[in-house]
Design a protein around this ligand. Structure first.
Ligand code: 5GP
Length: 187
């Protein structure tokens, strides 16, 4: 059986709360933030979040990879760079999840080379106990225990990104069985 971790309702509440936090911070600012979503995982969260932001924003995307199957490799490889000039601009990086913190730390370090005014960080989920590098997010949706989670952007072997809720794996055999029988969709 699939195990629910974050419901659709809770995700809505998180988007509304962080959307308001970002609005309160940037409303009236003549330097609107550029929101950079980290592909592919953060896409659903970013799309729901931006609709809750009631001030001017620009959007861009970046893509890195650091995970293989369910383990962090610790090696961050860039696959797609931003296409906006962020020099002198406020930037908010939006991630699906922070685990060891290595990906976010590397991304912040890399984007700093473009000389933005300030880089803010935002994540839907935070596995704080797993942190290996010192890293605090400015906007956090929900702190979660050390589970491997999937759904709502987060994948298991590239599948399950298209669910409205977030699940966790406590028995990998169950999800492997589901992938071996793709005719049935139980979400
Ligand atoms: P970190 O560098 O912080 O260890 O890893 C961050 C990246 O690893 C996230 O952007 C995400 O792609 C992936 N990741 C970390 N934990 C999970 C998880 O529980 N489920 C999934 N699907 N991806 C994860």
């Amino acid at each position: 059986m699939k195990k629910l971790l974050v419901s659709e309702q809770e995700i809505k509440e998180i988007c509304a709360r962080i959307g308001k936090e970002i609005t309160d911070k940037f409303i009236g600012d003549e330097n609107p933030p550029i929101i950079i979503g980290v592909l592919k995982g953060a896409a659903p969260f970013m799309m729901d979040l931006i609709k809750e932001i009631k001030c001017f924003v620009e959007l861009d995307f970046v893509q890195y990879s650091s995970y293989q199957r369910t383990k962090s490799t610790g090696v961050v490889v860039m696959k797609k760079d931003i296409s906006t000039d962020i020099k002198g601009r406020n930037v908010i990086i939006v991630e699906d999840i922070v685990d060891t913190g290595k990906t976010f730390a590397k991304m912040v370090e890399y984007l700093h080379t473009y000389e933005p005014l300030h880089i803010y960080t935002c994540t839907l989920l935070d596995k704080k106990a797993r942190r290996e590098v010192e890293f605090e997010c400015d906007f956090v949706g929900k702190e979660i225990p050390n589970y491997f989670v999937y759904g709502y952007g987060l994948d298991y072997l590239e599948y399950f990104r298209n669910t409205k809720e977030i699940y966790y794996i406590d028995d990998e055999k169950i999800i492997i069985d589901e992938l071996n029988n793709k005719k049935e969709w139980n979400y």
